[in-house]
Design a protein around this ligand. Structure first.
Ligand SMILES: *Cc1c(COP(=O)(O)O)cnc(C)c1O
Length: 425
């Protein structure tokens, strides 16, 4: 089969490491090649061979309105006519900051950057700067971008490819990263007992989305909040996925927990490259040029990105998150029923507009649980769904995403595809 995607991929393999610009896209662990996408609209992607797919990846989270949403496209069209980068402040960055600070309870001030990686890296630097401490508590299987200190036992592609540790990161850097299992209240307590006075921050995905979908168990986030408070460390919520997705105000609004710093990305850029970190004024005032903690960016606050983000948030504010959550839950539950009716054990948890697909009996509460899932089953399911026009994340370590553009007919089509999947065991 010599499809356009196959030809493009062969060419890309010569020019780009692994043929992709981000590892999980390569689809290697599901024994597949990537599809090259040429256009996208609503919840649908079209590949270079003009085959259409219902998209449950949504660019890994940003496209909660669906692709090429008219209001975002219109805002971008208008912005592009005004020039694409100034290297100077622009009106939309103030408007977007205003929108974010009003929506996210723990964010009083915010600094725009260009990716979630950059935002997480900067938030940690700030936490270290204001506390004068070096250590950071991180959960095994959480992903906070690819900055050095976070690549100890990370989720997403690092977990998908079972990369033990990444060459190129000095041991001294990850030596300050303290690891605990996600959802392990006891381990969190022991970690602070052992290292408390040297801990600058605990960073966590308040709903884990990079080891599959793993919601926090009752008391876990609360424990992190009280431990950080007790030991004079900062609590950093990495809401790059959950921000404006699990609720308009993010997981902190949904769960009523007040972190010191918040990391944002994905949705706030409306599909353009954006990240942001924000938090309490007393900490954010320590960021340069107001304070001594240095952070900068040539394209930060880029007018196109700000316009797309602003249009996205303004539209999201008018939409019904509860209804989207219900549609997602119905879809995930029915998907689970369909697969189990074949005698194949699976769990399909959902939270807000996110869902997981875990083949196996066991409830998934941390990375180890995800690892126990049946990879062969997942691969078979992924490949057959894709062949039937359903585009799922190519790894059980990623989270399914639903947008406001997915209709009842789209869900029905995806469920029909699932009914046709053949499991070999
Ligand atoms: C995607 C993601 C990041 C990294 O964002 P990039 O824009 O890819 O650098 C950080 N944290 C979480 C929770 C993410 O899902």
């Amino acid at each position: 089969m010599n499809s356009s995607s196959t030809r493009l991929f062969a060419e890309a393999l010569r020019l780009i490491p692994g043929g992709v610009n981000s590892p999980v896209r390569a689809c290697r662990n599901v024994d597949s090649e990537p599809l090259f996408i040429s256009t996208a609209a609503g919840c649908r992607l079209m590949d270079a061979d003009k085959r259409e797919y219902i998209d449950f990846v949504l660019s890994w989270g940003p496209m909660i309105l669906g692709h090429a949403d008219p209001s975002v496209t219109e805002a971008l069209r208008a912005a592009i006519g005004r020039g694409t980068s100034y290297g100077a402040p622009c009106p939309d960055e103030v408007a977007l900051a205003e929108e974010i600070c009003a929506a996210v309870p723990g964010v009083e001030m915010v600094r725009m950057v260009n990716s979630g990686t950059e935002a997480a890296m900067s938030a940690l630097r700030l936490a270290r700067g204001v506390t004068g401490r070096d250590k950071v508590v991180k959960c095994i299987g959480c992903y906070h971008g690819h900055a050095d200190p976070f690549l100890a036992a990370a989720g997403s592609g690092v977990a998908t490819f079972a990369i033990p540790g990444t060459p190129g990161i000095p041991a001294a850097v990850t030596a300050d990263t303290l690891l605990i299992p996600y959802n392990d209240i006891q381990a969190a307590k022991e970690c602070f007992e052992a290292h408390g006075p040297r801990i600058a921050a605990a960073i966590v995905e308040p709903v884990a989305g990079n080891m599959g979908l793993v919601p926090p168990v009752s008391g876990f986030l609360e424990t992190l909040r009280s431990l950080t408070q007790a030991w004079g460390a900062l609590l950093i919520f990495d809401e790059v996925i959950t921000g404006f997705r699990v609720a308009y105000g993010g997981a902190q609004a949904r769960f009523g927990i007040d972190p010191d710093l918040t990391v944002l990305g994905k949705i706030i850029g409306g599909g353009l490259p954006v990240g942001a970190f924000g938090g309490k004024k007393r900490y954010m005032e320590q960021v340069a040029p107001e304070g001594p903690v240095y952070q900068a960016g040539t394209l930060s606050g880029n007018p196109l990105a700000m316009a797309a983000g602003l249009a996205t948030l303004r539209k999201l504010k008018t939409l019904d998150y509860a209804a989207l959550e219900e549609r997602t839950r119905d879809f995930a539950e029915e998907l689970g029923h369909i697969i189990r009716s074949r005698g194949v054990p699976v769990r399909t948890p959902s939270l807000a507009s996110m869902f997981g697909i875990f083949f196996g009996e066991r409830e998934v509460r941390n990375l180890e649980d995800t690892r126990q899932c049946d990879q062969e089953c997942f691969t078979a399911f992924y490949k057959q769904m894709r062949a039937r026009g359903i585009y799922l994340a190519p790894s059980a370590f990623e989270t399914g995403m639903v947008s406001f553009a997915h209709t009842g007919a789209d869900f029905a089509e995806a469920l029909d595809a699932a009914r046709a999947v053949v499991f070999s065991r």
